[in-house]
Ligand binder design. Structure first.
Ligand code: SF4
Length: 330
């Protein structure tokens, strides 16, 4: 279904979409870089309103969110399209294939489904939810009224004004910080790093934020770059959970999977700088999947795959030493 888009302005012979930092100029009949926002008759339309490629009840840890209602399940929905062009996209069949099959669900139906399934909320995930802005806003507003949480799993490539609107309704975000070099964002994402950093800073002041970095062989797998990234996160807030994730060859990129030893070294380098670091997308956790109190070393949440046991929390504090932790629980 199509719906008139928000955040655009009319120019002399085209439209300018103001939703994300690409700020595409879109001529009549054309779409922007994301491929799903189209100029029709001098108005901009979202062509994917309510169009869902995937819907499932997932463990919230799968987003990944490890510090937001740990152990809960969340209704997860996604559409198609993306404003990034990562050659190694792990979800390219829906993010880059605009012919991906969809099914329409109204916001009312999504919220009804979440309530029926006993979900903690709605996660906008799988492909990029920013370019689904109008639909995410409508679902999120309805969900809030029903006391459901709204979660976004996103690349963080959004302008401040629309992000400000989203943050009225969003409770948690997992934001990808794909690498820490402008030239890499330009070459691989066909985008810019700086706006992502600003979006992370802004979201962090308004909702629960966790970050994910897919370490990709030959792209961001140097200790120097990872240390710069770790230092930047620490400069914002050392208690932001950081998920280090393993890449596997996919889409148009066929370098070998990330060296697990390198990932473990990156995690080691974060010690003393970041409070919560997790190593994911690998078989076995190598000791980097549990949540440990940074003050006393007590294990507060134990994880094995998607099995989660909250074992050492009293409210949002460590049951052993009483240190308040960056964890949102029911
Ligand atoms: S949301 Fe899409 S159309 Fe709008 S500026 Fe970003 S890439 Fe371009």
């Amino acid at each position: 279904m199509k719906k008139e888009a928000m955040h655009y302005r009319k120019k002399a012979i085209a439209l300018e979409c103001m939703l994300c930092p690409h700020q595409c100029t879109i001529a009549e009949g054309k779409t922007g870089i994301c491929g799903v926002r189209q100029n029709e008759g001098g108005n901009l339309y979202s062509m994917i309103y309510g169009e869902i490629t995937s819907m499932a009840m997932d463990p919230i840890e799968k987003k990944p969110l490890y510090h937001f209602f740990p152990g809960s399940e969340i209704l997860s929905i996604g559409t198609k399209g993306c404003n990034f062009k990562c050659p190694y996209c792990q979800n390219w069949t829906i993010s880059q294939d605009l012919n991906a099959r969809t099914r329409f669900f109204s916001p009312e139906k999504v919220v009804e489904t979440a309530l029926k399934e006993g979900s903690v909320g709605i996660a906008y995930t799988y492909s990029e939810p920013i370019i689904w802005f109008e639909y995410v806003m409508d679902c999120a507003k309805l969900a809030k009224k029903k006391d459901l949480k709204n979660v976004m799993v996103t690349n963080g490539y959004i302008n401040p004004a629309p992000l400000d609107e989203l943050l009225e309704f969003v409770d948690a975000m997992n934001i990808d910080l794909k690498n820490f070099k402008e030239e890499s964002y330009k070459k691989f994402q066909k985008a810019k790093l700086e706006p992502v950093l600003r979006a992370i800073e802004m979201a962090h002041t308004r909702c629960h934020v966790e970050l994910t970095t897919l370490i990709v062989t030959g792209i961001n797998d140097t200790i120097e770059e990872m240390e710069s990234l770790i230092n930047w996160i620490a400069s914002i807030d050392r208690s932001i959970p950081w998920h280090v994730s393993r890449y596997y060859p996919n889409y148009r990129y066929d370098a070998p999977p990330t060296d697990v030893q390198f990932m473990l070294e990156v995690c080691e380098r974060s010690r003393g700088k970041l409070d919560y670091v997790y190593c994911g997308n690998i078989s076995g956790s190598y000791g980097w999947s549990n949540t440990v109190c940074p003050t006393c070393g007590n294990t507060v949440i134990r994880r094995s795959g998607y099995r989660t046991e909250v074992i050492g929390l009293k409210g949002d504090a460590c049951a052993k030493c009483g240190n308040k932790l960056n964890i949102v629980i029911a």
